[in-house]
Design a protein around this ligand. Structure first.
Ligand code: NDP
Ligand code: 2IT
Length: 444
């Protein structure tokens, strides 16, 4: 049996009932086969893949807090410190009722390669809790965040592990988490990113993932002789990534006609109005039915179905496995030419394979959504030098990073004879840097 197959079997046997983690490992290891085969004896002896697929540390903790009725609630907290070969652990925190160890491990595993691809010195980690911020008062969210940090603080630090936001964790939550960290440790340090602009945050971090996705997509299309301008784009999600992807795509002359939330989706033939979307989601924290109320021409559909929209480019920006094989087939038959992932692993393996083998372009999240964490690393740099850069400085660094990242992914795919396969290119380019650092640092 090949080394890759052995390790895949091992991962499945040792991590039972963790389907998302298995899926992420399978996608990466399958596309690394040509590289692994080149170095098989070496990697085997050093158990490189076993070490790569086993987190350095997994922290599971109790998060008790008191709700507005005086009732004590208990949630499960997680921080998986996956790999620190190239820098301190870096990755977001997700607060969503679906959070479990499988989801945090898949996200932490993906983060290793994504962070490597940014070219910046950050290792891979991820955390979160099965806490649902929806419908909670600000005081309840604060109480939860404070309790979460009362355990997390001992495991993180500006040179140890630097969490940030993800689903359900935005500026409000980062503020409460930061305040509690500072109170417990007495340290005013760059321990979290995505901070507010008055206390160490970076301009353009809020926009970075969505903007970076569009910069990446534009560069990929350009490399294939296609202009993003005037293209019709379908986007899912209505949160941080989706909102700023819509904003940037529209600025670049694309026509974005959809967004979704966890209850339904909007088709707006006039193009999604970003100001209305921000008001509904960022200010009112309401449902997309409110968007429809403000934009009578828009159509609101309850439930799923966004990928039935006729579009040239699809950008899934909500959550994992939201674009399945049937969706990929529908997109293809409607003439879609590219799927660019904004979320982490929003496309199932079967859908990805269909897309790639039916002449559509596909960019994996670990490459196309890397602008968020890259800008987090720029926030860390600004914190270290105790300076703040302008919006334009950060945005132009972000653009350079995304363009460079695309070229790196593209040339890795070409080098291994898989031109245009950006999944292989991203996994190979991300892996080689981490593998080299792991080998250099010995068996640790
Ligand atoms: P947000 O919480 O800001 O927004 C998430 C959006 O997706 C919301 O509109 C939410 O609906 C919807 N959503 C979440 N879970 C589900 C679900 N299970 N089913 C259907 N819809 C769902 O998160 P982000 O925008 O930050 O994150 C979106 C994706 O991007 C995630 O995969 C995340 O891991 C990834 N990502 C985020 C980065 C960042 O910098 N924030 C960086 C790189 C990747 P509702 O409005 O109803 O809550
Ligand atoms: O998935 C991701 O890359 C993020 N949620 C952002 C992580 C970060 O540290 O900015």
């Amino acid at each position: 049996m090949s080394y890759v197959d052995e390790v895949l079997e091992r991962v499945i046997a040792q991590n039972p009932a963790q389907p998302e983690f298995h899926q992420a490992v399978k996608e990466v290891l399958d596309s690394l086969r040509p590289v692994i085969e080149e170095h098989e004896a070496d990697y085997r002896r050093e158990a490189l893949l076993e070490r790569l697929t086993t987190p350095e540390r997994q922290i599971l903790f109790r998060v008790p807090w008191v709700d507005d009725k005086g009732q004590v609630q208990v949630n499960n907290g997680y921080r998986v410190q996956f790999n620190s070969a190239i820098g301190p652990y870096k990755g977001g925190l997700r607060f969503h009722p679906s959070v479990n160890l499988s989801i945090i491990k898949f996200l932490g595993f993906e983060q290793i390669f994504k962070n490597s691809l940014t070219g910046l010195p950050i290792g891979g980690g991820k955390g979160g809790a099965d806490f649902n911020p929806k419908g909670k008062s600000d005081r309840e969210v604060m109480a939860f965040c404070q309790s979460f940090m009362q355990e997390l603080y001992r495991h993180i630090g500006a040179f140890v592990d630097v969490p940030a936001g993800d689903i359900g964790v935005g500026g409000r939550e980062i503020g409460y988490l930061y305040g509690e960290y500072k109170k417990i440790t007495g340290l005013y340090e760059g321990v979290l990113t995505g901070k507010g602009l008055t206390y160490g945050g970076s301009l353009a971090r809020t926009q970075a993932t969505g903007y970076g996705l569009v910069y990446f997509a534009e560069e990929m299309l350009k490399a294939n002789g296609i202009d993003l301008k005037d293209k019709t784009v379908a986007i899912s999600g209505a949160g941080n990534v989706a909102t700023y992807a819509i904003e940037k795509a529209e600025q670049l002359g694309a026509h974005v006609v959809t967004c979704t939330d966890s209850t339904g989706w909007i088709y707006d033939p006039d193009g999604i109005d970003v100001a209305t979307l921000k008001d509904v989601k960022e200010v009112k924290r309401a449902r997309l039915t409110e968007y429809k109320a403000a934009r009578p021409n828009a159509i609101y559909h309850e439930g799923k179905g966004v990928w039935t929209t006729k579009c040239d480019v699809a950008m899934p920006c909500a959550t994992q496995n939201e674009l399945v094989l049937d969706d990929a087939k529908t997109l293809k038959s409607n003439g879609c030419i590219a799927v660019c992932e904004g979320a982490n692993m929003p496309t199932t393996l079967e859908a990805t394979q269909f897309i790639q083998s039916n002449g559509m372009f596909f960019t994996p999240g670990k490459a196309s959504n890397a602008g968020g964490v890259a800008t987090s690393a720029l926030e860390m740099t600004q914190n270290s030098e105790r300076l703040s850069w302008t919006f334009d400085e950060v945005d132009s660094k972000l653009q350079n990073i995304m363009v460079g990242l695309f070229r790196n992914v593209d040339s890795a795919a070409k080098k291994y004879g898989m031109e245009g396969n950006y999944v292989a290119g991203a996994n190979i380019a991300g892996f080689l840097k981490v593998a080299d650092a792991m080998k250099a640092q010995g068996i640790v």
